[in-house]
Structures are given as structure tokens and as C-alpha cells.
Design a protein around this ligand. Structure first.
Ligand SMILES: Cc1ncc(COP(=O)(O)O)c(C=O)c1O
Length: 375
């Protein structure tokens, strides 16, 4: 059998990883500023993470959600503490799309309404409603098409107000920083506007934090910069540092009913051990403040390059927009300088490294980047 060929692949086989580095099968070392797409939060093969997962595997790896799992309670407690949302409730699942799917569904269960407001360039995942709320017709199959999603221009307060007049809005879903869409930071005033309108119209504010959450922005949830709370936060990627786990946290006003949500794998013992190891390391190593410090440093330095059109982002979620003719720079960074970065559009480089990235690593990237721009 061959693989279903949906991914354009780099011709690189990674065999070893540690911290912010990976090594290929020829022993070549790469600096990883991509983190497997914002997934590696505490660094590859972190010793505490490896130990916690290994110890757990020797005890019990999996049992379903039909028995009590104190590890889930421990995770809910620590996540509440580290994120500052202690009065929220935790529902565990397996991926970002699944988290958003559950968030949108729960919102509709809560208020009995159907319309979802999403924004231009949004990416919320590839499952049915999540992909319908994703602004990319190429990945929406006919079966996913629905009138329940209304796309509005990014940051257009008047259009938002108008939509609330026109529709019975169930929820508004927004990334605090659009990732796939090219690193666009939602303004504090726009997020506050969403909060006010959701309050007035009994709609649910869903903060998609799958990519921009978990400390990457320099705050636990990037929506926190606005100083208002969403009703549901969805998360995944950095939550398990590579172990598949996703979640939503839910405000106290939304109450559970048996059977309303569910999953076979979500919240299993191994996944909880991985997520606990991540939060413990984020706390022990002050990784959120490191993300803010090293991220600010990188952005300041990047803004000094004449050829850079724009630098967008917060913390260690950074987009570098280059002129079209410099779209090749990302490939050169990988092949010549052995640095992994991500791409939003060919001319927008995305940096999504581990939150433990050091200033020394940042400098290594800046030197390579400078050399490429001088060519
Ligand atoms: C903002 C956002 N939401 C949702 C998802 C979907 O997550 P997953 O690929 O884990 O389903 C992604 C993935 O890139 C994302 O960036």
C-alpha cells in the first residue's frame, strides 16, 4: 500500500530531536523555529516530559471515559491555575479541529441558535463545521457547505454589529492571532466588541487558541491581551508537546448534560500525563515570560531590516512579510542554513518555535536571515 499523497514534503528524515534542535538521518543538525507547526511548546524530548510519559506508560496507558481518572482532575486544576481561568470547566479531546467542532456544537446546544460568525482568512480545522468556518473553499467539500456560517471582514466592527442585527447568532469564533491566515493579530478593541455583542445577544464567544494559545503569545491565551474573557477557549498543538491532545475550557454559565459531548480517546492517561508534563515545565521554566522576552527581541531586530515589509505577531508567534521576489528565503534558510521555519504565504515566513527558545538561537536565525537578505 502507498501513502495517500496529500502533503508536499521536504526531502528530510528526522531521526533525533532535543530542545530546539532536530537531526536528520545523516546526522545534520537543524535549528527548529517551526516546532512541527507550533506543536513543540516546551522543547523536543524534554527530560521531564519523557519521564512522565514513560512512567505513565508503565502504569496504565489508556482506559476510556467510563471510569474515574484523577489525572484529568489534576490537569484541570493545573490548567486553571496556569491559565488563570480557574472557574472554567475542562473537556478533553484529541485535536484542534475536534476542539473547535465541540466548541461550536456546545455553543449551539447552549443557546439553541444556529448562525456562526467567522472571519476572512480564518482557519479552524478540517472537520465538518470547523472546516465550514475556515475561509478556504479548496478544503471545504460540498458535504461541508452550510448556510450556518457567516464570514465577515477581519476587524470590521460595523459589519459585526450589522450581522448581529441580521442573524440569530449562536457563536463568534476568532483566533486571537490568525496563524494560517498570515499572522494577523486581533486588536484588543475588536475582541472587546465581540464580548459586548455576545453579551447583548446571548451569543457564545469562542476563542480559537489552538495555534496562538498555550503561552505562545507571551500570555496564556492571546485573547487575554484584550482584558475580557471568552466563553469557550479551544486548544491543542502546544498542549501535548507532540502527544495528540486537544481541549475546550468552558465558562461556568454553560452547564453540562450527560452525553452532550464525548470521545473514546480524549483525556486518556497518557495524554493527560503529557499535558501535565507540559504545564509543569511551562511553570518551572517560566516559559510564557521567555516567549514574551525572546519574541519581543526577535521582532525588534527583524523590524530593523529594510527589505522586510512587515513583522506581525506576539511573543513567539511571528510573521515576517517579505517582498514577493524574496519568497525563496525560507527555502534557503532550510537548505543552506539548516533552519526550519513555517510558511503562511510563500512570502510570509512564520516563526513558531519552542517557548524555550534562547536569545542565542534567535541570534543564529537573525544572522542567517541577514545573510540571505544581503544576497
Ligand atoms: C487556529 C487553528 N485552529 C484549528 C486548527 C486545527 O487543528 P488540528 O490540525 O489539530 O485539527 C489549527 C491547525 O493548524 C489552527 O491553526
Amino acid at each position: 500500500m502507498k501513502l495517500f499523497d496529500v502533503y508536499p514534503l521536504n526531502d528530510i528524515i528526522i531521526e533525533k530531536a532535543l530542545g530546539s534542535h532536530v537531526w536528520d538521518n545523516h546526522g545534520t543538525q537543524y535549528l527548529d523555529l517551526y516546532g512541527g507547526h507550533a506543536v513543540i511548546s516546551i522543547g523536543h524530548t524534554h527530560p521531564h516530559y519523557v519521564k512522565r510519559l514513560t512512567d505513565q506508560l508503565h502504569k496504565v496507558g489508556f482506559y476510556s471515559n467510563s471510569v474515574k481518572m484523577p489525572l484529568q482532575e489534576e490537569l484541570a486544576g493545573l490548567l486553571g491555575k496556569v491559565s488563570g481561568k480557574e472557574d472554567y470547566q475542562l473537556f478533553l479531546c484529541n485535536s484542534g479541529a475536534e476542539a473547535n467542532e465541540n466548541a461550536l456544537k456546545l455553543a449551539s446546544f447552549y443557546n439553541g441558535k444556529k448562525k456562526v460568525i467567522a472571519f476572512k482568512k480564518a482557519f479552524h480545522g478540517r472537520t465538518s463545521l470547523a472546516v465550514a468556518a475556515t475561509d478556504n473553499p479548496k478544503i471545504v467539500a460540498p458535504v461541508n457547505e452550510t448556510d450556518n456560517i457567516v464570514f465577515l471582514p477581519w476587524e470590521d466592527e460595523a459589519a459585526l454589529e450589522q450581522a448581529f442585527q441580521q442573524y440569530e447568532v449562536s457563536s463568534v469564533i476568532i483566533e486571537g492571532i490568525q496563524g494560517v491566515g498570515g499572522i494577523n493579530v486581533a486588536s484588543e478593541s475588536f475582541l472587546r466588541k465581540i464580548r459586548t455583542l455576545c453579551d447583548t445577544h446571548n451569543a457564545v464567544f469562542i476563542a480559537d487558541s489552538v495555534q496562538c494559545g498555550y503561552g505562545r503569545s507571551g500570555k496564556f491565551y492571546s485573547h487575554d491581551f484584550a482584558g475580557v474573557n471568552a466563553d469557550i477557549y479551544s486548544m491543542a498543538k502546544g498542549m501535548g508537546n507532540g502527544f495528540p491532545i486537544g481541549a475546550i475550557i468552558i465558562a461556568p454559565k454553560i452547564q453540562p448534560v450527560y452525553g452532550m459531548l464525548g470521545t473514546t480517546f480524549g483525556g486518556n492517561h497518557l495524554a493527560c500525563a503529557a499535558a501535565l508534563a507540559v504545564l509543569e515545565t511551562i511553570q518551572a521554566e517560566n516559559l510564557i515570560s521567555n516567549a514574551a522576552t525572546v519574541g519581543n527581541y526577535l521582532m525588534e531586530q527583524l523590524r530593523t531590516f529594510d527589505k522586510v515589509k512587515e513583522v506581525r505577531g506576539r511573543g513567539l508567534m511571528i510573521g515576517i512579510e517579505l517582498p514577493e521576489e524574496l519568497a525563496h528565503v525560507r527555502k534557503e534558510l532550510l537548505h543552506t542554513h539548516k533552519i526550519f521555519t513555517g510558511e503562511a504565504k510563500p512570502n510570509v515566513i512564520r516563526l513558531l518555535p519552542s517557548l524555550a527558545l534562547t536569545q542565542e538561537h534567535a541570534n543564529q536565525f537573525l544572522e542567517a536571515f541577514a545573510k540571505e537578505l544581503k544576497k
